[in-house]
Ligand binder design. Structure first.
Ligand SMILES: NC(=O)c1ccc[n+]([C@@H]2O[C@H](COP(=O)([O-])OP(=O)(O)OC[C@H]3O[C@@H](n4cnc5c(N)ncnc54)[C@H](OP(=O)(O)O)[C@@H]3O)[C@@H](O)[C@H]2O)c1
Length: 267
């Protein structure tokens, strides 16, 4: 992509996006700028030739796409402080900030003519495997394709209604943690039945990866694959029934719903 990109807020997600962009060769290091106040924590990026600064104005003024990756309680102040730069330079603005709607972002900027996007990736963006939900106020198909393309080089993306971005946060961004917890629990069980921690991790992670790819490539429902591996009176169905007895599916659904309730309190 032949565009200059700024990431405002080089924390966990900002650094993951920067890593994903560089890994995919989606931007040249010299066309990428990352900002934060404690720039000493961005040394690994400056060593690669990425522009690292605490000057948000400079970052916005020199970029075609500006991605805001700051905490929800900070977005108002930070976006307000670079408002005049954005209105003058008119970059494409992307916010990854949880719980702040497109209408609120437009309100802070005092403009409905700036193209605004919200993107909700997860930290697997650093390895090119994010699921990123995007919402926008832009009707510009070409620009929308550009933004989808930006995130597609770092995984998959889907446009959703802005009202679904909270749900996207829970299912995809928090979802990474939920998936990790499944993996950790399965690894623990693997150790109980005889594997070393390392081998248990290898078996479980590859099994989860295989399950995901099967579902993605064949476009099938998980239950039809489960049917293929559950012999009547067999080993797998015995394990599944025991898991459900202890609330496996129900606890997952309840956890997602609890996170979804909590997200309404953000800010
Ligand atoms: N982590 C995820 O998986 C994830 C996924 C999707 C969405 N999100 C959302 O993305 C946002 C960032 O999350 P995060 O986990 O990356 O948080 P984080 O690690 O706290 O990163 C935020 C960064 O903003 C920087 N910052 C603070 N004030 C700044 C300023 N005035 N100018 C420039 N940078 C400033 C901070 O660095 P300094 O203190 O050095 O300035 C900090 O490193 C949040 O709104 C979160 O809800 C996160």
């Amino acid at each position: 992509m032949n565009k200059k990109i700024a990431i405002i807020g080089g924390g966990n997600l900002g650094k993951s996006i920067a890593t994903g962009l560089l890994r995919a060769n989606a931007v040249r290091p010299e066309d990428l700028t990352i900002t934060r106040r404690k720039i000493q924590f961005l040394l690994s990026f400056s060593e690669q030739g990425v522009n690292v600064t605490s000057d948000n104005h400079k970052a916005v003024n020199e970029s075609d796409i500006v991605i805001f990756c700051v905490k929800p309680h900070k977005i108002n102040d930070i976006l307000s402080s670079v408002k005049s730069d954005i209105l003058k330079k008119k970059p494409i603005v992307i916010s990854t900030v949880t719980g702040v709607k497109l209408t609120e972002l437009a309100g802070i900027l005092g403009s409905t003519t700036i193209s605004l996007y919200r993107a909700m990736p997860n930290i697997a963006i650093s390895v090119g495997e994010s699921m990123t939900c995007i919402s926008t106020n832009s009707q510009d198909e070409v620009q929308n394709n550009t933004i989808a393309g930006l995130f597609n080089v770092m995984g998959h993306s889907a446009f959703v209604d802005d009202d679904l971005m909270g749900a996207a946060t829970v299912l995809a961004a928090s979802g990474i943690a939920f998936a990790m917890r499944y993996i950790r629990a399965a690894m623990q069980a693997g150790i109980e039945i005889g594997f070393s921690s390392e081998l248990s991790k290898q078996i479980v992670t590859q099994t989860v990866k295989g399950a995901s790819i099967l579902l993605q490539e064949n476009n099938i429902h998980p239950e039809s694959e489960i049917d293929k591996v559950t012999t009547p009176r067999g080993i797998t169905i015995t394990g599944l029934s025991k898991m459900e007895l202890h609330g496996f599916s129900s606890s997952l659904v309840q956890g997602v719903l609890a996170s979804f309730e909590k997200i309404k309190e953000v800010k």
